[in-house]
Write a protein that binds this ligand. Structure first.
Ligand code: HPA
Length: 237
């Protein structure tokens, strides 16, 4: 059923969804990974493409940037389109020296400075975590990735790209946080609220401790093969 933000007809979006942030990356993933992908929604330039991956119906839809944006699309997909599994495939800023630019990070938890962790049950701060079957399947799929490092652990989903409290970055690193991005806590909270499954698999596009490693915009768009393969394999598991 079309929603304020998605124009696809009922049945046009697959139960398995890959969700990058950038609409251009969604189009490229659909071309590179799906068979017979067709555009089924394009409201606000947020393209949603449906085709098949290894014979399984699969859609790719962009989330836009930030927790509020991904929360809208994820809620509407689970609630109105019968979507069962969403895996965010995005970029992040790496924190510890062991995580190199181009490495893949699978997010076992999403710390956040957003209110989403306190919104669902008043008075409580909820843990924002992925679906265990998806997490396990992604960790299994990552065993065959050799071209980049793969790291599995907590990340921070921040409401702000540029503003940090004093010492936030060293403290987060000391606490074992692998990377920073801006969507996963929103996705994990929505999945919990809607009874869906979710996971985030990221590629480090820049390094917060070592800006000399940063990728160019072109590299960001193309060096995503390991991440998308892990995510697509986990979706069909
Ligand atoms: N911060 C937040 N989000 C990001 C970053 C970052 O450094 N890099 C890619 N997404």
């Amino acid at each position: 059923m079309p929603t304020p933000h998605i124009s696809a007809a009922e049945g046009e979006i697959a139960p398995l969804v890959l969700m990058p942030g950038d609409p251009k990356r969604a189009a490229r993933i659909a071309t590179d990974f799906l068979t017979d992908a067709t555009l089924v929604s394009d409201v606000r330039g947020i393209g949603c493409y449906t085709g098949t991956y290894q014979g399984h119906p699969m859609s790719v839809m962009a989330s836009g940037m930030g927790l509020p944006s991904i929360s809208i699309y994820a809620t509407e997909l689970y609630r109105f389109y019968g979507v069962r599994r969403i895996i965010r495939v995005g970029t992040c800023g790496a924190l510890p020296p062991a995580v190199k630019v181009r490495d893949v990070i699978i997010a076992t938890a999403a710390h956040t400075n957003s209110s989403v962790s306190q919104m669902l049950v008043p008075g409580l701060t909820l843990s924002l975590a992925p679906s265990y079957p998806l997490l396990r399947a992604a960790a299994d799929a990552a065993q065959s990735v050799t071209e980049v490092g793969v790291h599995i652990g907590p990340i921070l989903a921040s409401d702000h790209f540029y503003e940090w409290g004093p010492n936030a970055i060293p403290e987060l690193t000391r606490l074992g946080t692998l990377a920073v991005e801006m969507e996963s806590a929103g996705l994990y909270a929505v999945a919990m609220a809607q009874g869906g499954e979710a996971l985030t698999v990221l590629t480090a596009s820049d390094h917060l401790m070592d800006p000399s490693q940063d990728m160019t915009p072109e590299e960001r768009e193309t060096s995503y093969r390991a991440m998308v393969t892990i995510a697509a394999e986990a979706l069909i598991s």
